[in-house]
Ligand binder design. Structure first.
Ligand code: BGC
Length: 797
């Protein structure tokens, strides 16, 4: 007995003497860690995931790669601190280092909504998708949404949200574009910084992803992106730089792909030279789930955390022992991990409630959804619906099964979704019941006939595949036109992780969809009634061939759980549309500058087949060469004067706005130029306007796009007759382009034209200033030099 008491007391004294995270310095804690404990801190604790039998059968050996029996060693004690989270970091209890929890995703927290033997529910708010948020161009609104989002993360006991997603919309077919913001890096960076600042104001972290040049899903785990240093710096990295410098995200997620020959998670150039040396990033980098191959190379590159964690601990321990991994490198990774953990709610012992205010957050989601909607067409002021348009015929399967967000890790487990039909009813409009029943019957039968899931990953996650559109004949259309006041035709699209979209029947409307728009519009026009198309889509589609047909087109995007209510807010005029396109709608897919090199080519597979863990995810070796260079989106269409269907920055309002009084603080550039304009609402209803500042720079040394977005501002809700002054600031950074020869940002001497537009084409005011002498604005590391010659597009102005 006495012996026991003595031993226990000795242990207690020992524990008391051990350094403790938060009480002792990080250096002391590191000194007390064993090699195995250090490895535990840089490797996540594994993943548990239930896969339906039908999918399991197709996996190597018919086994799940996610559980311990498949050869994927799950390390650490708990993988499931919060049910349904995406991962957990390892802890070391004796030194006071807790595990932390990370969870998806960009449009809302993704955790399991129900738990075994627990009657409580854990639903989360499905906010509008990233593309919708960016289309609001409203940094303040996005910041406030971030606060609500962050509160939800905090109250559900999660430390880091795996978002925002902020890859550039290089090509409309990328299956994950809905998660991302824009084809433009400034919009991307500013909207990302706003949401990160909002979320992190609540004491939880973010993981901006996927770093970098991850612009497709085809062969996403194996594709080698070959891209010039200039296109990287100006287009693909610039949004990340802005987010890092303006919002200090706690973490960055490296992507699956390779850039110029190296997996991003193994790239010292990307994760150390660019991210840390050039941009001064202070947080941790984590891999995308099972990303990269070589754990030691990842540590050396500065990828501090391998997620979700598999059998890499042994590799790391062995490498330190045999001298292939310098212990100082591992200590640096661990130091960053500890500094990260110190900030987390879990370390601080936050007692989360599990009861965030979902009602308040739903209102925020609804308002955000309306702000992101873009009114593309409104002939003869067809919208808002007039007082006599009470009876509505709702066409399209997605009026009933709205697509509120995309599939994969970007999907949210929300408590409910409001369909367009429900939204109409909530606003006391009548939706034609017989038409609704026809659609319901059709969906039931069509779903029963669906055999092969189009997107296996989505199916694995239990997502319902949308059914093909229902053909509508003239008789049905005529009957509906007879008994209703107006037609709403919804065209829906869903896509997500693991798969890119197709040109046929996806980017382009199917024949059934085209016929639907035609037949219904004609039938309603025959009765002197109107037809409105609602686009419930996550990415760009073809509109040029059919847009002349309906009276109005509302681009609703994938608007989150309040979808139907938000759309009806716009249709009825309760909210005035104020969204604008952050991505161009081209005339045809062939016009897209990357159409010829998306998604690249598959290469001969000389490597021995990867066995076991996640081999099914590896894809075929592939490469994609970014021959479009810096000419992405409007930078291309504008420079080569290619007509588009709806241009970047475009969006209508129920009001009119007049732009006037352009003032530049100076005609000579000296450090910075302040630009102000006045915007007046000359319409009959209150509204908000997004003003955009484009700059055309001299192009004697470097070729340049016709103009580039360098600032934007959204007015408050202006009453009829009310004005607001919008201010922009141009610093030397906005003047500069990336000169690969000197690896620096260079502002060329000459005349800079300032164009203030309601879109990239609708330029309202012009001015200019001069820069007397060329400036080197910033020198950057030489990094990510392409391994092969790229035949890049190069257009002079
Ligand atoms: C996705 C990430 C996501 C992660 C965890 C990956 O497949 O690419 O965006 O955060 O899974 O779920």
């Amino acid at each position: 007995m006495l012996q026991l008491i003595i031993t226990a007391s000795l242990m207690k004294i020992q524990a008391q003497n051990l350094p403790q995270l938060g009480k002792s310095s990080v250096k002391e804690v590191i000194a007390a860690l064993t090699l195995e404990e250090k490895a535990r801190l840089v490797v996540g604790t594994g993943m548990s995931f239930e896969i339906p039998d039908s999918i399991l059968k197709k996996m190597p050996g018919g086994k799940s790669p996610f559980d311990n029996n498949s050869g994927a060693t799950a390390v650490g004690s708990s993988k499931n601190i919060i049910n349904g989270c995406a991962g957990t970091t390892g802890g070391v209890e004796r030194l006071g280092i807790p595990q932390t929890v990370v969870a998806d995703g960009p449009a809302g927290l993704r955790i399991s909504p129900t738990r075994k033997n627990d009657s409580k529910t854990y639903y989360c708010t499905a906010f509008p998708v990233g593309t919708s948020l960016a289309s609001s161009w409203n940094k303040n609104m996005v910041y406030k949404l971030g606060q609500a989002f962050g509160n939800e993360i905090h109250e559900y006991g999660v430390d880091v949200i795996l978002g925002p997603g902020m890859n550039i919309h290089r090509n409309p077919l990328c299956g994950r574009n809905f998660e991302y913001y824009s084809e433009d890096p400034l919009v991307t960076g500013k909207i990302a910084a706003s949401i990160v600042n909002g979320i992190q104001s609540q004491g939880v972290g973010t993981s901006i992803k996927h770093f970098a040049a991850n612009n497709q899903e085809t062969n996403r785990n194996s594709v080698n992106t070959i891209v010039s240093e200039r296109a990287l710096r100006e287009i693909y990295l610039e949004g990340f730089r802005i987010a890092v410098e303006e919002s200090n995200p706690w973490t960055v997620m490296s992507s699956y792909n390779l850039v110029n020959g190296t997996f991003t998670s193994e790239s010292n150039d990307l994760l150390t030279k660019i991210l840390r040396d050039d941009w001064k990033f202070k947080g941790i980098v984590m891999t995308d789930w099972f990303g990269g191959k070589n754990a030691v190379a990842q540590m050396i590159a500065g990828n501090d955390l391998l997620m979700p964690g598999a059998n890499q601990m042994d590799e790391i321990i062995k490498a330190v022992k045999d001298g292939t991994l310098d212990p100082k490198v591992l200590d640096k990774n661990v130091e960053r991990m500890l500094n990260y953990i110190l900030q987390t709610p879990r370390f601080k012992g936050y007692k989360f409630s599990n009861t965030p205010d979902l009602k308040a957050h739903a209102l925020i989601a609804r308002n955000a959804a309306t702000e992101g909607m873009v009114l593309l067409k409104n002939e003869n002021a067809s919208l808002p619906l007039d007082k006599n348009s009470r009876k509505v015929a709702t066409f399209g399967t997605t009026t009933i099964e709205m697509v509120i967000g995309g599939t994969g890790s970007g999907d949210v487990n929300e408590a409910y979704t409001v369909s367009l039909v429900e939204g109409l009813k909530n606003a006391n409009l009548t939706a034609d019941e017989s038409l609704i029943s026809t659609y319901q019957e059709y969906i039931k039968t069509a779903r029963a006939k669906q055999t092969k899931p189009k997107n296996p990953l989505a199916a694995m996650m239990g997502v319902k595949e949308p059914v093909d559109e229902m053909p509508v004949d003239e008789a049905l259309a005529a009957k509906m036109a007879e008994q209703n006041d107006i037609a709403l035709i919804t065209i829906g699209r869903n896509s997500g992780e693991g798969q890119d979209r197709n040109v046929d029947n996806d980017f382009n409307l199917s024949e059934t969809e085209k016929a639907l728009i035609n037949t219904v519009t004609q039938a309603f026009h025959a009765k002197g009634k109107k037809a409105v198309v609602v686009l419930n889509i996550g990415g760009v589609i073809e509109t040029a061939s059919w847009k002349t047909i309906p009276d109005a087109i509302l681009l609703a995007w994938q608007p989150g759980q309040e979808a139907g209510n938000a759309i009806v807010d716009i249709l009825t005029g309760k909210a005035n549309p104020s969204g604008k396109l952050a991505t161009t709608f081209p005339v045809a897919y062939a016009d897209v500058p990357s159409a010829n090199n998306f998604p690249g080519i598959e290469l001969p597979d000389n490597e021995p087949k990867a066995e076991g863990m996640m081999s099914f995810m590896r894809g075929k070796p592939a490469k994609v060469v970014y021959e479009d260079g810096i000419y992405v989106g409007y930078r291309y269409y504008n420079t080569v004067s290619k007509p588009v269907s709806y241009e970047f920055g475009y969006g209508m309002s129920y009001s009119n706005f007049i732009y006037s009084n352009l003032k530049l603080s100076s005609a000579k550039f000296n450090d910075k130029v302040k630009v102000t304009i006045d915007i007046k609402n000359t319409g009959k209803v209150a509204g908000m306007e997004v003003a955009q500042l484009y700059l055309s720079a001299p192009a004697k040394i470097l070729v340049k796009p016709e103009s580039e977005l360098k600032g934007f501002g959204k007015t408050k809700l202006l009453k009829p007759g009310e004005s607001e002054t919008v201010t922009f600031e141009i610093t030397s950074r906005e003047l500069a382009s990336f000169d690969t020869k000197s690896s620096s940002w260079v502002a060329e001497a000459g005349k800079y034209e300032v164009k203030i537009g309601a879109s990239v084409k609708d330029i309202k005011l012009k001015g200019s200033f001069d820069l007397d002498k060329s400036l080197t604005v910033k020198k950057e590391s030489v990094a990510l030099v392409p391994t092969e010659n790229i035949k890049e597009l190069k257009f002079g102005k």
